[in-house]
Design a protein around this ligand. Structure first.
Ligand SMILES: Nc1ncnc2c1ncn2[C@@H]1O[C@H](COP(=O)(O)OP(=O)(O)O)[C@@H](O)[C@H]1O
Ligand SMILES: N[C@@H](CCC(=O)OP(=O)(O)O)C(=O)O
Length: 381
């Protein structure tokens, strides 16, 4: 066992677990109560482990497959409206089953249905992030799916492997675990190539992996292995490593969290914080600036804290919540940049005010910080 890569698993505190349609619905025969119960048991142990509590988020497929079963449709429909109707029917069963099974394990759960727009629009992105983090803070386990009933083809995430990676990016997870109907990645599709060899470990984003992966093995799900490989690459952009493992492997989640090497591990080449800094630096354009006092500069640089409105003296430019702003000292030198939690108009009202007054000043409070340290990159001095 390679100690280093086992550490990646052992040290993962925030984990996104994705399960595919064929596993969840017993190859389309109907919701697999025993399997969902089993994952719920393991997730409860991970979420409740004293001293080593993990934050767990589930991304579950299966709405369309379960809806087809309930509607008595033997074949996956082609028409969008029929797929959407099936998803609406199936999602009821899915949510109910997870709620029941997680509650039996003493865990509270929440249903979160996301669309591509929730993740592409910066303001909605921050809202979705904030909601998920709040749920985790209250030890509620979010069960996520794409909101298939309202999205059309052009604006779809499309498959839940990708959605799992986007969620890992959104909440800066340490690890994405993709549970599927194979033991992991092989050098070719094992269903059609008996000579295919198992891949234990590789670097996420390695192009050779994309050539090994084929499409979906059944007509139940959407993804196939290629979407899983691409999901691992995407997850790695925010520093999360990915494991692809067999969903029926006994105690798979618990064993992985202990560092046991089951499945295929696709290691993220860059660390989480470094990856996030890279992302903010690379992707976003400056929209404005916040002048801050000496005390705030010392806190940002020295203790790496968030910027609170009380340290802000002046606001420049026009920006919206979620835009990138520079944080400058009184002499105009850049101290940091980061994502603003409030628009420029709101920020002007908040200058020099304690966070306890945000509600009274704006009529609501998104966050007590003007720029959260998780969304901030310190500039070189
Ligand atoms: N290189 C590969 N290694 C493993 N499985 C592969 C590979 N290429 C294609 N596959 C196929 O991908 C399938 C898993 O994807 P999919 O059916 O979408 O599952 P899920 O519903 O879990 O997302 C496997 O059953 C397998 O037939
Ligand atoms: N949102 C869809 C999932 C589509 C999908 O990606 O399925 P899968 O390849 O089985 O993970 C559903 O719930 O049916």
């Amino acid at each position: 066992m390679d100690n280093n890569t086992s550490e990646v698993l052992r040290q993962a505190r925030r984990i996104v677990i994705k399960v595919g349609s064929s596993l969840v619905t017993n190859e389309g025969r109907g919701l697999d109560e025993a399997a969902i119960g089993e994952w719920s048991r393991q997730m409860a142990l991970l979420a409740g482990e004293p001293g080593a509590r993990r934050e767990v988020v589930m991304v579950s497929s299966g709405a369309i497959a379960e809806g087809m079963k309930r509607l008595g449709w033997p074949k996956r429909p082609r028409e969008v409206n029929e797929l959407q109707a099936a998803a609406a029917v199936g999602q009821m069963g899915l949510a109910q089953m997870y709620e029941t099974k997680l509650r039996e394990q003493g865990l509270r759960s929440a249903q979160v249905l996301l669309t591509h727009a929730d993740l592409a629009d910066r303001e909605r992105y921050l809202n979705a992030r904030s909601t998920l983090l709040t749920l985790l803070q209250y030890q509620v386990l979010p069960v996520i799916n794409e909101n298939d009933t309202v999205v059309t083809d052009e604006i779809k995430v499309g498959d839940n492997d990708t959605l799992g990676a986007l969620v890992a990016n959104l909440i800066e997870a340490d690890l994405l675990i993709i549970l599927t109907d194979q033991k992991g990645l092989y050098t070719a599709d094992p269903r059609s190539d008996p000579a295919a060899e198992f891949v234990h470990e590789a670097r996420a984003g390695d192009l050779a992996l994309e050539r090994m992966a084929g499409g979906a093995g059944s007509s139940i799900g959407k993804g196939g292995m290629l979407t899983k490989i691409l999901a691992a690459k995407r997850a790695a952009a925010s520093g999360a490593s990915t494991v692809i493992a067999w969903g029926r492997e006994p105690d798979a989640l618990l064993r992985l969290a202990r560092g046991e090497r089951i499945g295929t591990l696709l290691v993220a080449p860059t660390q989480k914080l470094q990856a996030r800094k890279q992302w903010i630096a690379d992707h976003l354009q400056l929209r404005g600036a916040l002048m801050v006092d000496e005390g705030a500069v010392a806190k940002l640089r020295g203790a790496g804290t968030s910027l609170l409105p009380i340290g802000m003296t002046q606001v420049e430019g026009v920006f919206a919540r979620g835009d990138v702003v520079a944080i400058r000292d009184a002499a105009g030198a850049e101290v940091a940049r980061g994502l603003a939690n409030y628009s420029s108009a709101e920020a002007r009202l908040l200058c020099r005010k304690p966070s306890s007054e945000i509600n009274a000043l704006l009529g609501y409070m998104a966050e007590p910080e003007m720029v959260h340290r998780d969304n901030m990159v310190l500039s070189r001095q």
